[in-house]
Structures are given as C-alpha cells and as structure tokens.
Write a protein that binds this ligand. Sequence first.
Ligand code: F6R
Length: 366
Amino acid sequence: EKGGYDHFMLKEIYEQPNAISDTYRGRMRVAEGIIKMAGIDDNLAKLLNAKRILIIACGTSWHAGLVAEYIFEELVRIPVEVEYASEFRYRNPVIHQDDVVIAISQSGETADTMAAIKLAKERGAFVFGVCNVVGSSISRETHAGAYTHAGPEIGVASTKAFTTQITVLSLIALKLAERKGTISNSDFHYYLQELERIPEKVKLALESNEHIKLIADTYKDAKNFLYLGRGYNFPVALEGALKLKEISYIHAEGYPAAEMKHGPIALIDEQMPVVVIATKKGHYDKVVSNIQEIKSRKGKIIGIVTEGDETVKGLADHVIEIPETIEFLTPLLTTIPLQLLSYHIAVMLDKNVDQPRNLAKSVTVE
Ligand code: F6R
C-alpha cells in the first residue's frame, strides 16, 4: 500500500508530479488557451464582480491560501484576505453580500473551517470550496467548488494536498484574470504553458533527495530552525517550518526574510540553521543581503536556489537547486526540498513520520 516507500509521507511527496497534472488535466487546455472548471464557469459573474475575496482555512491549507492571496492580487487585482478559520468565526467579522469566500480543506471535515463557512453563509456570502475528499462535509456545505485531485493523503503531514491546492487556486486566478482582462492574452498563454511544465520540474526537484538527506544528517540535532522567504515564498517558509515541527518535534519558525531584522535576528548564532528561499526574481537581491546578515552572525545557511545560481552558492553552507519557472509558480517547486528535509530529519530522529504524536489527519473538534 506504501508502493515500496518506507512511509506514506514519502510516497505522497513523490506522487506530486502526478497529483499536480491530475489536478489541471481536463481543466486546462493549453493548445486552445482555455480553462474550463464547472464550479467557476457556472458562477463566473459572481466571482468576477467580487469586491473582496476572503480565504478561510487552517494549517497547511491556510498556507496555500496565503500563496493564493499573492497570486489573486497580482493577477486578478481583487483584494484578498486570508484568515484562520478558527479566528474568523470568533471575532464578528465584516462580511458583505458581494464578498466571495474561498474555503480550503484537504479533508473537507475540519470543524473550524466548517463553522466559518456556516457563518459566512448566514451573512450572505457566496462560499466556494477547494477540497480533496470527494463528498466531504465541506464540499457539500459550500455553494460551489473545485476539487484538488491529489488522491488519498494518508500521512498526517500534508504534502501533495498543498501543491494541488495551489494548482487549483492558480487555475482559478488565471481564469478570472483572463476574463477580467487584468493579464494580457499572451501572458495568459505563457502562464498555462509554464503550469503544464511544473510536474516535470517537480520531478527534477525530487532528484535532490540524496543531497537533502546529507543536509538532514548535518542538522538533525539542532534545537531550532528558522525558515525565511519573501513574496510568494514567504508562505512556503511558514509551511517548511510547520512540516518540521509536526513530524520531527524540532522548534521551527517561518518569517518573511525582511522581518528578521525586527526581532528574530537576535536568535541567530552558530547553532541556528536557517533555511532561506532565495530563488531568482522574487526580490533576489534583497534576499541575498538577508543571507549576508545571517552569515555575519554565524548562522548556518541552507539556500533554496534557482539552478545555476552562483551568488548564494558562494555565501551559503549548502544550496539545494530547483528548476526555473515564473515567479508565482515557484512555491510548487520550493516546497519540495522543504518537505524532504523534514521527512529525513524525522526519520533520522526515529519519529513516527506518518502519525506524529498529538495530531490527527482531520481535526473534527473546534
Ligand atoms: C499540516 C496539517 C494540518 C492541516 C489542517 C487543515 O501538515 O496536516 O495543519 O493542514 O489541520 O486540514 P484540512 O486541510 O483537512 O482542513
């Protein structure tokens, strides 16, 4: 059942190229330049006229929501707010009739997310679901939706759900942007082609596995980790830290790289591994100067870089390369080495990778 892998988590990490293509297959027709998604097509006017998009989710799904915030605002120019479902419903949120709420949930059973959806519906919002489990409670409670086609995710730590959520949310953003005219036709076509190439690039990113294992061995006894990223890769830093916490029980924090100087830089010494996502384009020069600040305080730097990068290679203790892609799709690639790094550290520390202590696959209590 684990298909030759030692753990479901590793199997699911390796399933991502297929999970991503299964998620866009039949929806994205690159040659014709169209995206067809019933849940979007049937509600197009509502979505295009939204004054605001509210995204509600928990955990990893909330991180996918943060990536989507950046993508929607960049491509569709509709303001987006991302909320923890658990906070949203306890603070009398302002919800308008012309708000569109997007609820993201792998399991479709998360109690906090469900309760937030009910509240949004009571206040008249249109609620769109992005779920993985077909027929789940959330998929039934929402007005419309689009499934991720990740297949069953058994490992408690979410992996392929995250990348397929970003895939679905990118498709939605692209479709709306094309309709709204907020991106050019030629960019639209180019973006579809780039999305189609992502599964091949995820395969290439997975080829760093053995190299990542060596890095894991070097840092497995660290007591703390810091993860830094900017722009589209800030949520990836949060997700990398969450993965490490969940399965290895090592304390880790994710931060926007530029926030470091406002506090967390005080933590940095020779004992602190810092994972920095420093891909080309995404404020690259700024991230390079953040890396120099860490280096001058003797932090250990693990850089996630675009292949062929020389600058970060010259500064970092280790680099992990990922293929080049357009900026808003980089989270689909930068996430891969972070998943593998936490996986190997947890295995080396002899932790129960697929069923970490205190955690359940779907959190059905509020
Ligand atoms: C992280 C993880 C949790 C879930 C969260 C939401 O690896 O598994 O943080 O992402 O409980 O679950 P869903 O997406 O099922 O609503």
